[in-house]
Design a binder for this molecule. Sequence first.
Ligand code: FAD
Length: 298
Amino acid sequence: MNTLNIKENEPMKSHLSFRAGGNARYFVEVNNADEILQAKAFASENKLPYFMLGNGTNVLVSDSGFNGLIIKFGKALAETSFEESVDFLHVKVGAAAVLGVIARKAAGLGFGGIHLLAGVPGTIGGAVYMNAGAYGEEIANCIESVEALTVEGKVVTHAKEECEFGYRTSAFQTGNKFAGELILGCTLKLPKGESAEVLKSEIDAAMQKRKASQPLDKPNAGSAFKRPATGFPGALIEQAGLKGYRIGDAQVSEKHANFIVNLGNATATDIEALFEYVQKEVFAKTGTMLEREVIILK
Ligand SMILES: Cc1cc2nc3c(=O)[nH]c(=O)nc-3n(C[C@H](O)[C@H](O)[C@H](O)COP(=O)(O)OP(=O)(O)OC[C@H]3O[C@@H](n4cnc5c(N)ncnc54)[C@H](O)[C@@H]3O)c2cc1C
């Protein structure tokens, strides 16, 4: 029996950190393995694509909406267990857990490795998919294995080596070998830090750095573009004279040029047009083609 509470024409604005974008034809929050399978079955019975949403901090849904099913994991899929050994903390964590919460809890126990990622606002699922990183840390450095549900509906455990982690990439991304799999959780092995106090002061310093350099007071989706082989996107965008450039209410942040912000009423169309304009202008003026980090769902 289908026990899912599937919503129709769900506005995605409230689910995305950009606070912009269109509707999902169907949207469902699932809280256990059976509901996940039911959601996948619903999509396949209706011949619709499905898209797994984490915290929506790296995604934009186009104004015309997504003609498919968006699946979001509920809090019940955030279960976390910690097991301490002498030098490491072993963490088994569900995909819906918030990365920053886990990073802080581990730091409180005296274990680092991901503590500088405390300010990344995504889930563990999103962090594994994107191989989230900041200030010299990447979640992949501490991953032992990833548990996932295959396209065929089988629960599997992938060793870290199979997950093809690279700079903001993994095997789970579109076009890669585990594309379409739902990440259920992962196991992390976190190294002992100097002390909980030192780790906390490092977290505080990283958070201060973010506050000072990023437009956290305006809706955004983190870094707009990935770091190219040479240079930094922010510097290249500034070099192209685009800091503060606007299309509608979408703006290249005046605080950090590698952030696109929503000044209030930006549409996804404005934001997408600004991404494209920045790519075109930066390429024309510097010869570097920037690659978008934010995922646009159409
Ligand atoms: C203010 C701000 C600061 C940020 N700073 C950083 C930073 O320092 N470093 C950094 O790396 N990123 C940063 N980001 C970007 C973003 O937080 C990360 O990319 C994060 O890992 C995305 O997680 P999420 O849960 O929000 O995923 P979403 O944005 O919801 O999804 C991102 C992708 O992951 C996929 N996905 C999510 N969960 C699952 C799952 N369970 N199974 C399969 N696929 C899944 C989605 O389908 C989508 O393709 C920042 C964003 C903001 C808004």
